[in-house]
Design a protein around this ligand. Structure first.
Ligand code: PEP
Length: 250
């Protein structure tokens, strides 16, 4: 039985002050979150602060990106080991904003996925099609290609201790959500694709939906058979909205 996971992606938002208020709000409401695992992926510069505020709480924390390199002359980069030093459970890998704005291709995403796992971090491995790709009818081909890049480098078993996040690019930060049926169709395809290599891994892996999930639409999306939780951008910046989604995931 897969446990649902709701992970916030704060993107490049927040300040010391606003983060404290947000985390205080989420911590105060966690008593009603019975089933779901909860995590927040925060800007790297605030990870230490978040660690000190969340240690001892049921909420896990993580980073939004990492270097594919282990250490050395890579000015401005942050390694998996550094992220791990602050007891992060997760790191997002291959978020569509990284792919489109920072030129990360499938091969780079696979290397980052490998670097995360080598350090004991759980990758939240983001995949999804653009609007153009959906309109061309190649959504399944795109997500299959993205999954295969990681599986070819790391093997299918690597997905057993990772999280997959299906995030249609056209739904991220746009207010346009995939319908529960549209999302379920792709989630089922992803699980099937993994099952072709390992039924056991397919059964275990949590597949999250991301793309304008909010307090109003979460329950319906999360009721679908292959949607095991959410990766939440905008709505994770408001404690009450985020908590509503966490409760719906129960
Ligand atoms: C995201 O950043 O992964 C995301 C899903 O954003 P939003 O919820 O704002 O669409």
């Amino acid at each position: 039985m897969r446990r649902p996971l709701v992970a916030g992606n704060w993107k490049m938002n927040g300040s010391k002050e606003s983060i404290k208020a947000l985390l205080d709000g989420i911590k105060a409401g966690m008593g009603d979150v019975k089933e779901a695992e909860v995590a927040v992926c925060v800007p790297a510069i605030y990870i230490a602060e978040v660690e000190s505020q969340l240690t001892g709480s049921p909420i896990m924390w993580g980073a939004q990106n990492l270097s594919n390199e282990a250490s050395g002359a890579f000015t401005g980069e942050i390694s998996a080991a550094m992220i791990n030093d602050f007891n992060c459970a997760y790191v997002a890998v291959g978020h569509s904003e990284r792919r489109t704005l920072f030129g990360e291709d499938d091969a780079m995403v696979a290397k980052k996925f490998a670097a995360a796992r080598a350090s004991g971090l759980k990758p939240i491995f983001c995949i999804g099609e653009t609007l153009e790709e959906r309109e061309q009818g190649i959504t399944n081909d795109v997500v299959a290609r993205q999954i295969d890049a990681v599986v070819e480098l790391e093997g299918i078993e690597a997905l057993a201790d990772s999280v997959v996040a299906y995030e249609p690019v056209w739904a991220i930060g746009t207010g346009k959500t995939a319908s529960p049926e549209q999302a379920q169709e792709v989630h089922a395809f992803i699980r099937q694709r993994i099952a072709e290599k390992s039924a056991d891994v397919a059964e275990k892996v949590q597949i999250l939906y991301g793309g304008s999930m909010n307090a109003g639409n979460a329950a319906e999306l999360l009721s679908m058979a292959d949607i095991d939780g959410g990766l939440i951008g905008g709505a994770s910046l408001k404690a009450e909205d985020f908590l509503t989604i966490c409760r719906a995931a129960g």
